[in-house]
Design a protein around this ligand. Structure first.
Ligand code: 6R9
Length: 648
């Protein structure tokens, strides 16, 4: 790609960075040639252990013997690393800056205050019978109590399972049941863009079908009215006021579970991705420090929600392990106006800013004016995550937001990977708009032919696989180890398969092309087509449904549904509306079906398999390149669908 634009590393950044180009090369080489030596050394540097490990890594990527173990035999506690060890040197430093939805509301919490509150909540949970290994569901908005709740669980060895506050009560119920949680931590309401959302009410509805939940801890966020179940519900503020502020951290095995986080796959219900303690913490801390070139004293802001993995690793665990000041934002980019992100940057003098392409694209649409009203002089590094960033959005981010001063780290990773796998490092990597560039230390990616798994050497395009473990890798699907093996290690034997496609250019830089399985990425949120289809067919008037993604200017992908009504049912706009709200109600407001095309029949092979390839092409309005349709049971179906297509 010789015509490709390249932005060299700025000299002033390279000069002061933790890692420059030569250091990256040397560290990367060592991490690959001597992984045990490399990870052992950095594990000592980044993490405080109670007991050392017997072995750095034991693993097999073979499906019949799959196991991944890092730092076996070692013990530690994540909160000792994120809190206690900082008290002496930075007890009075701000750990979390909270910026409310309302620009007049904010809070600063020091490491000492955070430690105190975490210990209290940990004791309160213990008083309600929570023990090491128990699961606790967290269903909270972006308030500091969410971080406190995560850490309180980790303090006592309970496993948290955060459910994004934008999920519906049905989604919450399914997740609470699947991970067998006994406690739910929620709030009266959440606040976003000036609107109140009744979280407690959603939780109450969900919990009607969750008999094993015996405690609901309720954070008072707005003071909005809530119903109360005596004996089950307790107020967060009352519980911590009554609890002792001393709570010894429980000694955890490196491979003990730290958290479960549900994510969508190409089939079935969302799966509970399980991360463990030692490797995850090391990987979170190391990637946070090197990818963002975090320097002591800097203010760092990741705009993600703690309900997603980005919030776990890059609002809470990575930054706090490194003793950083992490900003947590309750609101949205366009409230009260389109300048909000940059106003917050100026207000708190943010140095490192990490957001998603969908946010950049929506702000880009409002023009440069709302950006230019602000200074942004404090900004040093910009980051992107969640989906491929199109070069146009990248350039706008770089020129308008960063004023050509701030390197952009386009970080490719997944819920399953725990932390960044492919990303530039600010002081080391020349940038190409739209490319995630190079692997992080210890990560060995490869491209294989999607059809037969043949490795692709040099420049080329294929399915993106990883050839060996890194410490932040998920260890299993909660309650279903076979599903872990089947989903990630069966298709291309000996490799972890990401579900993404990628291109590697002649320089060795990676360009992620997006999912090549049946997973959609809508505004950076992962949704399985199967989940949406299951919701649609719940409607008594729907016989069959097939869902695909199509290119969308702001969301990246929009949701396009082909729906076959039951015989005799009149397909009306009113029915379309019902279907949209049905899906929204089943999954949550992130699942808004954009287009519904009535489809008397769907293109199927003779064995009855829906040919999604064709449906994707029609939805994308790429009707000249449908490919081979000869294997269809009834090829005439295709013309009918083309005639009725909605995205022209
Ligand atoms: C961290 C996160 C994972 C999927 C992943 C890929 C897409 C994330 C990306 C990216 C291109 C990037 N993705 N970051 N694609 N460039 N920088 O988003 O986790 O919610 O599990 O989504 O998101 O398709 O497979 P998760």
């Amino acid at each position: 790609m010789s015509e490709q634009k390249v932005y060299p590393v700025p000299a002033n950044i390279a000069a002061n960075a933790h890692v420059d180009a030569a250091t990256y090369e040397a560290m990367y080489r060592r991490s690959v040639d001597d992984p045990e030596g490399f990870w052992g050394e950095y594990a000592e540097q980044f993490v405080s252990w109670f007991k050392p490990w017997d072995s750095v890594l034991n693993y097999s990527y073979q499906a019949d013997d799959l196991h991944i173990e890092w730092f076996k035999g070692a013990t530690l506690n994540v909160t000792y690393n994120c809190l206690d060890r900082h008290l002496e040197t930075r007890g009075d430093q701000v750990a979390i800056i909270w910026e409310g939805d309302d620009p007049n509301e904010d809070r600063s919490i020091t490491y000492r205050a955070l430690h105190d509150e975490v210990c209290r909540l940990a004791n309160a949970l213990k008083a309600r019978g929570v023990e090491k290994g128990d699961r606790v569901c967290i269903y909270l908005p972006m308030v500091p109590e969410a971080a406190v709740a995560m850490l309180a669980c980790a303090r006592i060895g309970a496993v948290h399972s955060i459910v994004f506050g934008g999920f519906s009560s049905d989604s919450l119920r399914d997740r609470v049941l699947d991970s067998e949680c006994k406690v739910v931590i929620t709030s009266d309401e959440s606040v976003r863009g000036g609107r109140h959302i009744p979280l407690k009410r959603n939780a109450d509805t969900a919990l009607q079908e969750c008999p094993n939940v015996d405690t609901v801890v309720v954070v008072s966020r707005t003071g909005g009215a809530v119903e109360w179940v005596e004996g089950r519900d307790i107020w967060y503020h009352e519980a911590i006021a009554a609890a002792d502020a001393t709570c010894e951290p429980v000694e955890m095995d490196a491979e003990d579970p730290l958290f479960i986080l549900y994510t969508s796959g190409s089939t079935g219900k969302p799966k509970g991705v399980l991360h463990t303690t030692g490797g995850y913490l090391l990987y979170a801390a190391m990637t946070h420090k090197y990818t963002f070139d975090y320097q002591d004293g800097e203010v760092y802001w990741c705009t993600a929600d703690v309900g997603w993995v980005t919030g776990h690793t890059y609002i809470v665990y990575g930054p706090l392990a490194n003793g950083a000041t992490s900003l947590m934002f309750e609101g949205i980019p366009n409230y009260p106006d389109m300048s909000r992100f940059w106003q917050v940057v100026d207000k708190h003098q943010v140095n490192i800013f990490y957001t998603a392409p969908t946010a950049i694209r929506s702000l880009m649409r409002a023009g440069e004016e709302p950006v230019k009203q602000t200074s942004r002089k404090s900004l040093r590094i910009l980051g992107s995550v969640g989906e491929p960033i199109n070069p146009e959005a990248w350039e706008w981010y770089y020129h308008v937001v960063g004023e050509e001063r701030c390197p952009i780290v386009d970080t490719w990773w997944q819920t399953e990977t725990g932390g960044h796998l492919i990303t530039p490092l600010p002081g080391a990597t020349a940038l190409k708009p739209g490319s995630a560039t190079r692997p992080f230390f210890g990560v060995v990616p490869a491209l294989v032919d999607p059809a037969d798994g043949t490795p692709i050497e040099g420049a080329g395009e294929g399915a993106l696989v990883i050839t060996r473990p890194w410490p932040g890798q998920m260890r299993t699907v909660y309650g279903d180890h076979q599903r872990f093996i089947d989903t990630y290690f069966k298709q291309y034997p000996g490799y972890y398969f990401s579900g993404d496609g990628a291109r590697r250019d002649a320089d060795g830089d990676y360009w992620i092309t997006g999912r090549i399985d049946d997973v959609l990425n809508v505004s950076g949120h992962r949704l399985g087509t199967a989940e949406i289809e299951s919701a649609l067919v719940l409607h008594p008037h729907v016989a069959e449904a097939a869902v695909v993604g199509y290119p969308h200017d702001v969301k990246g992908q929009g949701i396009y549904a082909y729906v076959t009504p039951m015989a005799g049912v009149e397909p009306t706009d009113a029915l379309k509306k019902e279907l949209v709200s049905l899906v929204r109600g089943e999954i949550g407001p992130i699942a808004i079906v954009d287009l519904i095309q009535w489809s008397p029949s769907l293109p199927k092979t003779r064995s009855g398999k829906i040919m999604r390839r064709i449906l994707r092409k029609i939805a994308a309005n790429e009707i000249d390149s449908l490919g081979d349709t000869s294997t269809l049971a009834d090829p005439t179906v295709v013309n009918e669908l083309i005639d009725g297509r909605l995205n022209r």
